[in-house]
Design a protein around this ligand. Structure first.
Ligand code: FPP
Length: 227
């Protein structure tokens, strides 16, 4: 970019720290996740004003099934409630829902809700991509199998079969809560993304924090391997 300021079109977030947020406030973990949904809601409302074309959120990883059953149930219930309550707003605000991950492996009622939401938001202009039952290594294996079935595996043919194939290239990946790792999220897509690790716990992450992250991004020089 030769020092010019640049705009992020696609931001992805590893929303971490719900449990620690709840613990600090002596609340049950479930309250942390509930506040986490509030943070999601505020951010989705802010996307258009922040100039984003796509926001991708890591809501449930393929490894999250290892959590205690009641926590998994809580997260699934939050997902049901979130889709049900916010779908009319998505439609009104032209938010297009997209799901990445092996989401058809979720409970049948959630799959049906998501199919309906995908169909009804298909005309939207800002994309909210939610990673559900998502693991990047699994996604790459699925894509490689499909690319191989269609002929030669190349970087382009594999990328065309990733769950993110119709999303803009990833510009910025943010992880909250001070942890510095990717946890099997968007490994392929992050090849040239900028990364930002912030200490804020997810329920405390506001649109102002995202604006700060975008300001930080706009000043970075991206060389994509060149110089
Ligand atoms: C990490 O916090 C967060 C998750 C595993 C799930 C993220 C889910 C939400 C924000 C709510 C559901 C989302 C939607 C879109 C409805 P953690 O529990 O690992 O926190 P800890 O590391 O502090 O314990």
């Amino acid at each position: 970019m030769n020092g010019e300021s640049q705009r992020a079109r696609h931001v992805a977030i590893i929303m971490d720290g719900n449990g620690r947020w709840a613990k600090r406030k002596h609340l049950p973990r479930a309250m942390g996740h509930r506040q986490g949904v509030e943070a999601v809601r505020k951010l989705v409302r802010a996307c258009d004003g922040l100039g984003l074309d796509c926001l991708t959120l890591y809501a449930f990883s393929s490894e999250n099934w290892k959590r205690p059953e009641d926590e998994v149930d809580d997260l699934m219930d939050l997902m049901r409630k979130f889709i049900k309550s916010d779908l009319p707003e998505f439609i009104a605000n032209k938010v297009r829902l997209h799901i990445i991950g092996d989401w058809r492996g979720l409970a049948p009622d959630i799959v049906a809700m998501l199919e309906d939401a995908l169909e009804r938001t298909a005309g939207g202009t800002t994309t909210l991509a939610v990673a559900l039952n998502y693991g990047s290594q699994g996604e790459i294996v699925r894509a490689a199998r499909q690319a191989a079935a269609g002929g030669e595996i190349t970087e382009e043919s594999l990328a065309r079969h990733l769950d993110t194939a119709d999303l803009p290239p990833l510009d910025l990946l943010i992880r909250t809560s001070g942890e510095v790792r990717l946890s099997n999220f968007l490994l392929w897509q992050a090849a040239y993304a900028e990364m930002l690790f912030v200490d804020t716990l997810w329920p405390d992450f506001t649109p102002d924090h995202l604006q700060q992250a975008l300001d930080d991004f706009s000043g970075r020089e991206r060389r994509f391997g060149g110089r």
